[in-house]
Every structure is written in structure tokens, then in C-alpha cells.
Ligand binder design. Structure first.
Ligand code: PEP
Ligand code: MG
Length: 544
């Protein structure tokens, strides 16, 4: 038996075989040890396989959200047969003796640069498509695709690291847990694991021999046991059952009010990343959705999700919540959440860079598509819209103006629109300092303590070396929260918390005493948090 330690993202136990996920080697070999004929045959076989995969994707998307959204996969199939594209790749193989993957990658880069330099907006956008098909070929040719899926049996995924877009695309029904060498406990990948209730460890030093072996992730003790002895396996299985029993006891809280012993009502909502998490939110009796991280729709897709596609997703969420409040946060892409087709430049300081509302205000076309979809969904239930990464009143006014423009357009088109409350994330020190002015503009604040901690303490939340310095209990962060709550209340603006700190029971009493009105947490944290709220008596002094 081997024991390796790491940092736990979620207390919990996972038991199962491990599968190592190897990403493609980015240093593609320019010269091949095979003959050009062999490489040409590999290239053609990969194209056939890619077309097959795209055909499957086409059918899936067609069934789920219709022909308009599925069309992109047909376009990719056609591009794989394009003579200019295939001739250039073949030429590189023949003349340079290169590998098929090198040729596919080089051709993709070359075509993408040509498309990107074109004036015509439609042709410009094809740059992302040609990169995408080349990436698909490289993935097939390097065998990286085999590492992506977990096999037929449920498994623990082991990887160097996982980006948020990779994590959202994993098949959750076969994912028992995951272990990575890199990554930070404050990253969006970690947040996703918590939302999905998947035991995960990061910072684990693994080796290739783990592939296929049985393992136990012990999220409580922050370690993974490889090839565990049978006594340990039995003991951990018992611990897992006990853990599940504890969870099911909490089910008694369902439908009971969230009131403290002294009678204060607290709204408890769920944070979700996609429509399927909403089931988890309902199972755990969420009072609503306090944060729908809409950017995950963008991360799950290979191209900009259309208004129609987004509308279908939002409508499903809103209808599933059946009248309960759903707060949809507008696109918060950038920093660690990257989708290739946005073609965002590489930045020195991505957390301080072109992200979230900054992209939306600069790319009004994308923003309007999303706002129209949200407004349309608002006709099916109770919807609020929330803008992320706000630092100025100007941004809020501009965003609201675009929202209003979309409303008018829809009404002119005879499309039903409901009442939509507007709110903002308070996640920058700037927003806290001008919270009085901001509160005049909106109906609610939601404090994003993950970013607020990052920006207040000048700690990159993605940097694992800084995990020990990332301290959301820092007095500066707690004072920021208090200031935002007090400013909000001075202007009749409700104030909630949707950052991870909202689920931290060590702080629940402190936050409620500050006056926080609402807490929004990952679905597995809902019932434990409600139990905690119902045990508090705010009429007594805190030290008692
Ligand atoms: C936050 O910053 O606290 C937040 C909820 O947003 P995200 O974690 O998605 O950046
Ligand atoms: Mg944030």
C-alpha cells in the first residue's frame, strides 16, 4: 500500500480504480520515425475518426437544443475535408518528414492566423474553428483522447491539473473523485468539485504506476491510499457509509424554515454551474439559486452559445425552480475560465485583466445575446440578473442600459419578458469603497468573498504556493464585508454572500450578526448550513 498526501477540496471518501488522464504533449515532434506514407495514413485515419466524433456530437446537440446549435459540428466535418487544409498538412508531412500531429497543428495555426487577419467578421470567427478541428486531430493522433474519458466503470481521475472547462466536461456519472498534482484550493476547479460533491485532493505527487490501481481518497485526512490493505478498505467503506448516514439525517431539515432560535429568517440559496446542478440544489431543498455561474455554459461549448441555446438552459433552470428566485450572473469569463473561441490574449496578470463585465461591455454583441436569453427566461419564473467584477457606477449604468435596450427590443418583437431585479457582485475593494453609490443603482448585492479575498489581500487565488496566505478571515476582508452590508442596508439594498465563505460555519454567526440577509452555497453545504443557522441565538452575545 502507498499513501500520498495532498490538500483536500471536500471532506468525503471515494473508493475505486484510478485512471490517469494524460493531456496531449504540447511539444509535438516535427520529425517522424515513420515513413511519410505511414504518417499520411495516420492523418487520414484521424480525420475519419474526428468526423465520426463530430457526427456523434451533432446528434447529441441536435436532440438537446436543436439544429441551429448543432450546425457548427457539421461545419467542422466539412472543414476536415477542405482541400486547402488537407493539402497543406500533407505537404508538411511529405516535405518536412513531420508527424501527422505536427502537420495538423502547424496547418491549424497557419490557417487561423490567415482567418484572424481578415476584415470580414464571419471569416475572422473561422479562426477558432480551424484551431478547434486541428486540436481535435492532435488529440486523436497523440492518444490524449483516450485519457479523457474515464472508461466504462466509475473511476477516480488522476491528472497533472484540470482546468474549469475540462472539469465541467467530465462525465459526472462515472467520476468518483479526482486527484491532481497542481491546482489551488480556491480555484474554480475546486469550486466545481464542491458543487458536484466530488471528493478531490490536489497537490498529490503521483506516478504512472497508479493507473488502474484501486485507491481511496480520504478527504477528511487529506490523503490517498493506493492499493489499500483489505482491513483499511473495510474501515474506510464503513466510514463512508457513516458519512452517508449523517447526510441522510440532515434530510429531516427539508421544508423546515431557516430561522435562528431568536426568530431571524435567513434565505439560503444554492450556487450552481449548470442546469444539471439544479437537481442537486432541489434535492438539498435550496430556497432558490443565489449564483448561477453562467460562464460554464460557455466553457462547455465549442463556440459562442447562441441566444436560443442559452434561453433553453436558463428556462430549464427557472422552470425547475418553479417560482423560487434564480440569480443569473452574467458571463464571468477570463482569468482561469478560458474558452478558446474567445481568443483572449495571454496576459501577464489575468486575474487583473480583461475579464467578466469588462469583456461584456467591450463585446456588446455577446453580452446582448446573453441578456436577451435571460430576459426571455424571466417570463417563466423569478429571475434576477447580476453583474460580476464591478468597480464603478459607470459600469453598472452601462450594463443596465444594455439590459434595458434588450428588453425594449424583445418587447418590440412581441416576445414575453418578466420582471427582472438587478444586482451586482461585490468582489473588489473598489466596489466596497463606493458601495453607497452602487447600492443606489441596484436591488441587491452579493458578496463574492473568493475574489474579494484575492483582491483585498493581493493574493492570486490560482497560485497554490499562496494557499496558506489566502485568509478569508483576515480582518481586512471581514471589515470589507461589514462595510458592504451596512452600505447596502442604508439604501434598501439586500446583501447576500455567494463566495465560499458563506458556507463556512465557523463564520455563520459573525456574518448574520453583521446583517447579511442571504447565503448562497454549494448544494452539498445547504443542509449542514441550515442546521447551523437553526441552532444560533443572535439575541445572546456572541461569546456566550
Ligand atoms: C467570488 O468571487 O466569491 C464568486 C462567487 O465568484 P467566482 O468564485 O466565480 O469568481
Ligand atoms: Mg468572483
Amino acid at each position: 500500500m502507498q499513501v500520498a498526501t495532498g490538500k483536500s477540496i471536500l471532506g468525503g471518501i471515494a473508493i475505486g480504480p484510478m485512471r490517469i488522464y494524460r493531456k496531449e504533449d504540447t511539444h509535438l515532434s516535427a520529425s517522424s520515425t515513420r515513413t511519410p506514407e505511414e504518417e499520411l495514413a495516420r492523418f487520414d485515419a484521424a480525420r475519419e475518426k474526428a468526423k465520426e466524433q463530430l457526427g456523434v456530437l451533432y446528434e447529441k446537440v441536435l436532440g438537446e437544443v436543436g439544429a441551429e446549435n448543432a450546425a457548427i459540428f457539421e461545419i467542422h466535418q466539412i472543414m476536415l475535408d477542405d482541400d486547402d487544409y488537407t493539402d497543406e498538412a500533407r505537404d508538411i508531412i511529405r516535405r518536412q518528414g513531420a508527424t501527422a500531429e505536427y502537420a495538423a497543428n502547424a496547418t491549424g495555426e497557419d490557417f487561423a492566423a490567415t482567418f484572424a487577419a481578415m476584415e470580414d467578421g464571419y471569416m475572422k470567427a473561422r479562426a477558432a474553428d480551424v484551431k478547434d478541428i486541428s486540436h481535435r486531430l492532435v488529440t486523436i493522433l497523440t492518444g490524449a483522447a483516450e485519457g479523457r474519458h474515464l472508461g466504462d466503470e466509475p473511476a477516480i481521475l488522476v491528472a497533472e491539473d484540470l482546468t474549469p472547462s475540462e472539469t465541467v466536461q467530465l462525465d459526472k456519472s462515472r467520476l468518483l473523485g479526482f486527484v491532481t498534482r497542481h491546482g489551488s484550493t480556491n480555484s474554480h476547479t475546486a469550486i466545481l468539485a464542491r458543487t458536484m460533491n466530488i471528493p478531490a485532493l490536489i497537490g498529490v505527487d503521483f506516478d504512472d504506476s497508479w493507473d488502474g490501481k484501486l485507491a481511496i481518497i480520504d478527504g477528511f485526512n487529506q490523503c490517498v491510499y493506493v492499493d489499500p490493505a483489505s482491513e483499511l478498505l473495510n474501515a474506510m467503506e464503513e466510514k463512508r457509509q457513516a458519512d452517508r448516514k449523517q447526510e441522510s439525517l440532515l434530510q429531516n431539515l427539508k421544508r423546515k424554515p431557516n430561522v435562528t432560535l431568536d426568530g431571524r429568517e435567513v434565505k439560503v440559496y444554492a450556487n450552481v454551474g449548470n442546469a444539471s446542478d439544479v437537481g442537486l440544489a432541489l434535492q438539498n431543498d435550496a430556497g432558490g439559486i443565489g449564483l448561477f455561474r453562467s460562464e460554464f455554459i460557455y466553457l462547455e461549448n465549442e463556440d459562442y452559445p447562441s441566444e436560443e441555446k442559452q434561453f433553453e438552459v436558463y428556462k430549464r433552470v427557472v422552470q425547475t425552480m418553479a417560482g423560487k428566485r434564480v440569480i443569473i450572473r452574467t458571463l464571468d469569463i477570463g482569468a482561469d475560465k478560458q474558452a478558446g473561441y474567445f481568443q483572449l490574449d495571454k496576459e501577464e496578470n489575468p486575474a487583473l485583466g480583461f475579464r467578466a463585465i469588462r469583456i461584456c461591455l467591450a463585446r456588446k454583441d455577446i453580452f446582448k445575446q446573453q441578456l436577451r436569453a435571460i430576459l426571455r427566461a424571466s417570463a417563466c419564473g423569478t429571475v434576477s440578473v447580476m453583474f460580476p467584477m464591478i468597480i464603478s457606477v459607470r459600469e453598472v449604468r452601462d450594463a443596465k442600459e444594455i439590459l434595458e435596450e434588450c428588453r425594449k427590443e424583445l418587447q418590440a418583437e412581441g416576445i414575453a419578458v418578466g420582471q427582472v431585479e438587478t444586482g451586482i457582485m461585490i468582489e473588489t475593494p473598489a466596489a466596497v469603497m463606493i458601495a453607497d453609490e452602487l447600492a443606489e443603482e441596484v436591488e441587491f448585492f452579493s458578496i463574492g468573498t473568493n475574489d474579494l479575498t484575492q483582491y483585498t489581500l493581493a493574493i492570486d487565488r490560482q497560485n497554490p504556493k499562496l494557499d496558506n496566505f489566502y485568509n478569508p478571515y483576515h480582518p481586512a476582508v471581514l471589515r470589507m464585508i461589514r462595510m458592504a452590508v451596512e452600505a447596502g442596508h442604508r439604501h434598501n439594498c439586500r446583501v447576500g454572500i455567494c463566495g465560499e465563505l458563506g458556507a463556512d460555519q465557523k463564520l455563520t454567526e459573525t456574518l448574520l450578526r453583521m446583517g447579511v440577509d442571504e447565503l448562497s452555497v454549494s448544494p452539498p453545504s445547504l443542509l449542514p448550513l441550515r442546521k447551523c443557522i437553526r441552532s444560533l441565538d443572535l439575541s445572546k452575545s456572541q461569546d456566550n
